[in-house]
Ligand binder design. Structure first.
Ligand SMILES: Nc1ncnc2c1ncn2[C@@H]1O[C@H](COP(=O)(O)OP(=O)(O)OP(=O)(O)O)[C@@H](O)[C@H]1O
Ligand SMILES: [Mg+2]
Length: 285
């Protein structure tokens, strides 16, 4: 059984078709990333899978169950970091963890979870005194407190400082090593590249590409070869860099010329991503 099966998922808000027919499968133990610009439909998709939002069409199973009818039995088995959360401001970090632990039959040890997300020093601090990044770590702790098999992380590291982001990456890797399945959304291409086994790029409610980060970079059609000749820059875009380069360098060597400032530039995942979502910019980043 796959952890997640999504077939032709659809959801509209009035005239806005937020999710316009999305299909993908996530295997157990996989880290799957959803990437896409603001308003692409990532949170809508994730919230339907979490059972927090109804769908208009399509078939969805989460750990073999339809999340629309999963009830508390399913909720016990999943952990959720929402894109935005409201936690009781007057409670402490430990109290909030204890409160959520109460919803589960077999919660993890609270202090262990607080340690996992790096909030030991803030265990006795009230929620309202936490910084933005510390609140996000608290969200992550709450998602882990039930020891879930499947974890949904909607922009889990937004607002993290670089060290905290590395810490969260380590945490995701250790969860993966424990065999947990993780669906995460992110705007950080390096995060997707670091963490995700596979990535789906969503644009305007549709998947425009899906594959491993390496696959996505691999489909990039062109490599750029650049050099200077007679005082001007030459840029050649090619999908056969070896052959083109051999021709160029062979000719230059034969003529006793140097190809000034020669470089071969491969696109990064970010280049590929920007290419895929090109033409979509109705909301500010
Ligand atoms: N409750 C709602 N009512 C009306 N429209 C909504 C609602 N929630 C989302 N939308 C619209 O649905 C579309 C998809 O939104 P969604 O939150 O799924 O995007 P997203 O990919 O998560 O974006 P972001 O990267 O900004 O978090 C957007 O056009 C948004 O304005
Ligand atoms: Mg979102």
């Amino acid at each position: 059984m796959s952890a997640l099966e999504v077939r032709d998922l659809r959801k509209a808000y009035g005239a806005v078709e937020a999710v316009a027919g999305i299909s993908f499968t996530v295997e157990q133990g996989e880290v799957f990333g959803l990437l896409g610009p603001n308003g692409a439909g990532k949170t809508t998709t994730v919230e339907i899978l979490e059972g927090y939002r109804s769908r208009d069409g399509g078939e969805v199973t989460v750990l073999g169950v339809d999340p629309a009818h999963g009830g508390s039995a399913l909720r016990e088995r999943i952990g959720v970091v929402l894109q935005t959360s409201e936690l009781p401001a007057a409670l402490t970090v430990r109290e909030v963890h204890r409160m959520f632990a109460g919803y589960y039959e077999r919660p993890r040890d609270i202090d262990e979870v607080i340690g996992l997300v790096g909030l030991e020093e803030k265990a006795g601090a009230r929620v309202k005194t936490l910084s933005g990044g510390q609140k996000r770590r608290l969200d992550l702790g709450i998602a882990l407190v039930g020891d879930p098999e499947l974890i949904f992380l909607d922009e889990p590291t937004t607002g993290f400082d670089p060290a905290a982001r590395r810490g969260a990456w380590e945490l995701v890797r250790s969860l993966r090593a424990l065999g947990k399945t993780i669906l995460l959304t992110t705007h950080y291409l390096d995060e997707a590249q670091q963490l995700a086994d596979r990535v789906a790029v969503i644009r305007e409610g549709l998947i425009v590409n899906i594959g491993s980060p390496a696959d996505l970079i691999g489909v990039a059609p062109t490599v750029e070869i650049r050099y200077r000749e007679a005082g001007r820059d030459v840029v050649i875009e090619t999908d056969e860099p070896t052959r083109v380069l051999a021709g160029l360098t062979g000719a230059a060597v034969a003529a006793g010329r140097e190809l000034e400032s020669l470089e071969v530039v491969r696109p990064s995942l970010e280049d590929v991503y920007l290419d895929l979502i090109d033409g979509e910019s109705d909301e500010a980043p």
